[in-house]
Design a protein around this ligand. Sequence first.
Ligand SMILES: Cc1cc2nc3c(=O)[nH]c(=O)nc-3n(C[C@H](O)[C@H](O)[C@H](O)COP(=O)(O)OP(=O)(O)OC[C@H]3O[C@@H](n4cnc5c(N)ncnc54)[C@H](O)[C@@H]3O)c2cc1C
Length: 289
Amino acid sequence: MIANSLFNFPVNMTFFSTSMKLEIQNTPFISHLDKPTRTEALEYYRRLIQHFDLDIHLYEEVKRMQPITDGYAVDTVKATYPTRSVVVATGFYDTPRKMNIPGEDLPKVRHYYDDPYAYIGQDVLVIGAANSACDAALECWRKGARVTMAVRGPEINERVKYWIKPDIENRIEEGSITAYFNTTTEEIREDTVLLGTPAGPLELKNDFVLAMTGYQPNFALFERLGLPVEEGDACKPIFHPNTLETTLPNVYMAGVACAGRQTSKLFIENTRDHGDIIVEGIQQQAVAH
Ligand SMILES: Cc1cc2nc3c(=O)[nH]c(=O)nc-3n(C[C@H](O)[C@H](O)[C@H](O)COP(=O)(O)OP(=O)(O)OC[C@H]3O[C@@H](n4cnc5c(N)ncnc54)[C@H](O)[C@@H]3O)c2cc1C
């Protein structure tokens, strides 16, 4: 799907970046306010694809690739494409970071928060305390859900946007939203959830769980493509910082997939020049041939 990650963002989300900082190819991004909405961004990127007449094969997952003479054979679910260069820009939003607890696969558990209207009058557990969790908790509470937050650490994440952090902290302090800190979610059951709090186990009535526990690149795909990752927690793919070329010749990394598990380090603003860097590298290689 075009701009698949943006498509799966919460329907009411507004970007924290101004539209100017999301622009690519020197093409103005006009939005009604300085910070665009999800719909405005979807429309901007859709128009770019149309304007530059990009040859995009939608609904065609890449499964693996193998080296061939003078390039690679890339296998998708529909075909095999021989190519000289490959750019891996697979992001991280397709792979939620799972908690691996009993009940996580129940249909009431969502790893993507969509629309607060789904949760009116419901007992909702929001797991996490970063931006997505705070946005979801506030929106759902404002539409009439009974919201509880289960937070692994001792406080709301310090990286939460500066206009959201006081809002969520004040709602917790006044008791509108109940938050359990230093708390893990142990089990999700049909009608309840079981939390591990500092005061001991706690079972709460529950209709929906919004597990805002983050996302990570598809490391299994990197392996199938033959892309090594750094050792350590971040598991960053290995590439040259100036050219973005990986250890496989003519295979480049682009976008937030470059960050490995450090998903908050990269975003559109600071990766939107990746395309230009890679095209320049490919052109230089072509001249050298
Ligand atoms: C709620 C939210 C708000 C955000 N707000 C901002 C903001 O204000 N400013 C900002 O700069 N950034 C923001 N970001 C971050 C920004 O959305 C990401 O940095 C950006 O989408 C990353 O772009 P990308 O092209 O690297 O990856 P993605 O946009 O994730 O694109 C990767 C694409 O590759 C596809 N793909 C994956 N695997 C395969 C496969 N095997 N075969 C084929 N296709 C595949 C995916 O489906 C997807 O379409 C926000 C993120 C979230 C979640």
